[in-house]
Design a protein around this ligand. Structure first.
Ligand SMILES: [Zn+2]
Length: 156
């Protein structure tokens, strides 16, 4: 009976631990998934650029002219993909607790005060007002050998 209860309790506590860990794993898996999606989208951009280059060369070889229409089409497509990547980066940063630079949209570690990419100062919310006040040690200079120095403040 007692043994059964023991295992029952162990089972419950393990269940709880697994539940908590699973949440963390979920986030980690999400970050991995997002990273994968981002790399796929970057591949897409590379592919579009390569295909555009090939097409441009083929059209130029045939007509002697630049295929502006294709450039515009590919350009707008790449812009759309870049926006998607930015959105994914934002989600990824949120999952990891990172920050996004307001200047250049780079992902910055939550501990960084300045953007490593553009140098912009990033507001640090968690920073506390930790300025040390010198008032308490102000009177510390009066002690000592008792000599006066010229130029010191004279208080009447
Ligand atoms: Zn930046």
């Amino acid at each position: 009976m007692g043994v059964a209860d023991f295992f029952k309790n162990v089972g419950t506590s393990i269940g709880k631990t697994v539940g908590k860990t699973a949440d963390k794993i979920d986030d980690a898996v999400d970050v991995q998934k997002i990273k994968y999606k981002i790399s796929k989208k970057q591949d897409e951009i590379t592919y579009l650029q390569t295909e555009l280059g090939k097409k441009m060369l083929a059209v130029y070889a045939e007509t002697g002219e630049a295929d502006i229409a294709s450039i515009e089409k590919t350009y707008s497509e790449i812009c759309r993909i870049k926006e998607e990547i930015e959105a994914l980066n934002a989600v990824k940063a949120e999952k990891r607790g990172d920050k996004i630079c307001p200047g250049c949209s780079a992902v910055i570690s939550k501990d960084d005060e300045y953007c490593s990419k553009c140098g912009m100062k990033v507001a640090c919310e968690t920073k506390s007002e930790g300025q040390e006040q010198g008032a308490s040690s102000e009177n510390g200079n009066s002690q000592g050998d008792g000599t006066y120095r010229c130029g010191d403040d004279k208080t009447e």
